[in-house]
Design a protein around this ligand. Structure first.
Ligand code: ATP
Ligand code: MG
Ligand code: MG
Ligand code: MG
Length: 562
């Protein structure tokens, strides 16, 4: 027989009032329902109810990962700084990276992500193309010393992430791993009850994407996106950065164009040059003629990979190159960068006429810091981002603007880490080649915030069944009653024997208190047992999400709820 949980013993200190520190509904409700507590800024303890939800989200993830052949494992959170030196991220990652020393003065970092560790793990072990592809993942605490930890589990400093890394021999194989993860991520969000939109965080080759973020639509979300009825969706940075052109002289930036299509024709029209000239200019850095990059601000963590792999390193066109291409002086920004501010211009470009932009200033900052230069955003730099009504780059119709919570992201990393860290395999043709890698992250704890943001009402949380801490709460209105109480125990036993997860409110509280707590904690079903009903052999079953109530004969409860 399955066990059940007695409410009188449950460690879930509920609060009657909204805690002053919380702005977001999910933050408030998770605190009020006694599910989480703050230990310090950005550091939360998951109390028993929240931990059950976390486990259920993890179960969904594990199930989906198994379905695509990804293997679970675990690496240490503490990571030798040396590995991060090898990938050149130690300096570039910036203050989000928590650095520490051991007693022998050796340097370590707390893993904010684990590309380095996994690349190091396989580099001397996976030797042949015959062993590839391999996808490994873990579900683990991550640490990022976020500048503004806030909103409870939404942006913590320590948080739970599922992170996966794929190693492939060919681009086709990487594409397959990436597509599998992307499809699994869509299913994971759906199974967790989260409505999430896959948005392009970075578009690679025409028609494809190399990074997608899953955004749970929520007004409270920190991320912004634009979407179109035709199915196109992109984060505002990615959409904007397709081509945003700033025109004017340094110090008096007059206008910022944010046209919506990223074609070479649009670009040429903006620059006032022949298409062939634009092509040529683009060809200088990208043989495939993608409308991409002359200038890519380097940055921290994964964005770096995109910059360096998809587009090549930072490259400012020389005067000669510009002349050759028939272009005015300036530089061309990346197709998509995932976060930060969009418009930027360097001191070095003060005399340029054009800035084609799309930069992540935060990251740009790091790069400058690395080079020992100060970089502050010039006052005359405007910030642009895609907005309501901007035209869809795919179909040309006006797009909608929305806010979202980034619950997960998939990336094609290419050879960024394998190259810098010397992780190679022997290919079919007998040549040593660097692995083609992908990385795939889900914010497990953030997912819980997203679920609550999308499933609540004025009385509390309304957990979707699949991730609810328990499925049913049995609420006897009077535990002192010698009809009601034995019946409550019997019903609880019967339901738990039928594999339902039951919370029994065995407290001798007033019905009002019990109802309020039941709604606040938000289990999907409440089985309410009152004296009159019990006498008639009936229970009142309440659906938390819809508020509907049903009179259900006692002997039909199990089949009704199963
Ligand atoms: P954000 O843009 O919100 O800072 P990110 O792009 O830096 O997130 P990733 O590096 O893509 O995050 O990490 C994978 C996932 O981990 C994210 O999609 C998100 O769900 C989760 N995550 C990232 N940072 C945090 C955080 N501080 N607290 C909780 N979850 C986080
Ligand atoms: Mg971040
Ligand atoms: Mg992000
Ligand atoms: Mg991300």
């Amino acid at each position: 027989m399955k066990r059940y949980q007695k409410m009188s013993r449950l460690y879930a200190p509920t609060l009657k009032e909204d805690p002053a520190e919380a702005e977001l509904v999910s933050h408030k409700l998770l605190l009020r329902a006694g599910m989480i507590r703050k230990t310090a800024a950005g550091l939360y303890s998951y109390l028993p109810l929240a931990w059950r939800v976390i486990s259920k989200v993890e179960d969904v993830i594990r199930d989906e990962m198994e379905g695509i052949g990804a293997q679970e494992m675990m690496v240490p959170i503490v990571t030798p700084a040396e590995l991060w030196e090898q990938s050149h991220r130690l300096g570039a990652y910036g203050p989000e990276l928590m650095r520490l020393k051991d007693r022998h003065e050796r340097d370590f970092v707390l893993g904010p992500t684990h590309e380095e560790t996994f690349t190091d793990l396989v580099r001397d072990e996976l030797r042949s193309y015959k062993q590839l592809p391999v996808t490994l993942y873990q579900i683990q605490d991550k640490f990022r010393d976020e500048r503004r930890p806030r909103f409870g589990l939404m942006r913590g400093r320590e948080f739970i992430m599922k992170d996966a890394y794929s190693f492939s021999a060919t681009q086709e194989s990487l594409q397959e791993c990436y597509d599998d993860e992307k499809a699994a991520y869509a299913r994971i969000a759906e199974r967790c009850g989260v409505k999430a939109l896959p948005v392009v965080a970075d578009s690679g080759q025409i028609g494809g994407d190399t990074s997608v973020e899953f955004m749970a639509l929520a007004d409270a979300g920190e991320a912004e996106l634009v979407w179109c009825d035709c199915g196109f969706a992109a984060d505002t940075e990615a959409a904007t950065a397709r081509i945003a052109v700033a025109e004017g002289e340094a110090g008096e930036l007059e206008r910022v164009h944010t046209p919506n299509a990223g074609t070479i024709a649009d670009l040429s029209a903006l620059l006032g040059v022949e298409e062939s000239a634009t092509r040529k200019a683009l060809a200088l850095v990208d043989g495939e003629g993608r409308p991409t990059v002359v200038f890519v601000p380097g940055d921290h963590e994964m964005n770096d990979c995109k910059a360096e792999n998809a587009f090549g390193e930072y490259h400012l066109m020389t005067d000669e190159e510009l002349r050759e291409a028939g272009l005015v002086k300036g530089f061309i920004g990346p197709v998509g960068l995932p976060e930060g501010i969009r418009v930027c211009a360097d001191e070095a470009l003060r005399d340029s006429k054009w800035w084609l932009v799309g930069a992540n200033l935060a990251n740009y900052h790091y790069r400058h810091a690395q080079m020992g230069r100060d970089f502050t955003i010039p006052e005359w730099v405007d910030v642009v981002s895609a907005k309501e009504g901007d035209l869809c780059p795919k179909c040309g119709k006006p797009m909608h603007h929305a806010r979202g919570i980034e619950v997960s992201q998939v990336f094609q990393l290419g050879t960024k880490y394998s190259e810098s860290m010397g992780a190679t395999f022997m290919d079919e043709d007998g040549v040593e080649k660097p692995f083609l890698m992908g990385c795939y992250g889900i914010g497990v704890s953030r997912m819980v915030s997203a679920i609550v943001e999308q499933h609540n009402d004025e009385n509390g949380i309304c957990w979707p069944v699949c991730v609810a801490p328990y499925e049913v709460e049995v609420v006897p209105l009077n535990v002192g009653d010698d009809l009601v109480w034995p019946e409550a125990q019997r019903v609880t036993d019967e339901l738990s024997a039928a594999d339902l997860e039951v919370l029994l409110d065995d407290r001798s509280e007033r019905p009002g208190v019990k109802f309020a707590d039941a709604d606040l904690i938000g289990l999907p079903w409440q089985v309410i047992l009152g004296k009159r009903g019990v006498k008639e052999g009936k229970a009142e079953v309440k659906c938390r999400a819809t508020g509907e109530r049903f009179d259900v004969p006692m002997d039909e409860l199990v089949s009704w709820l199963s």
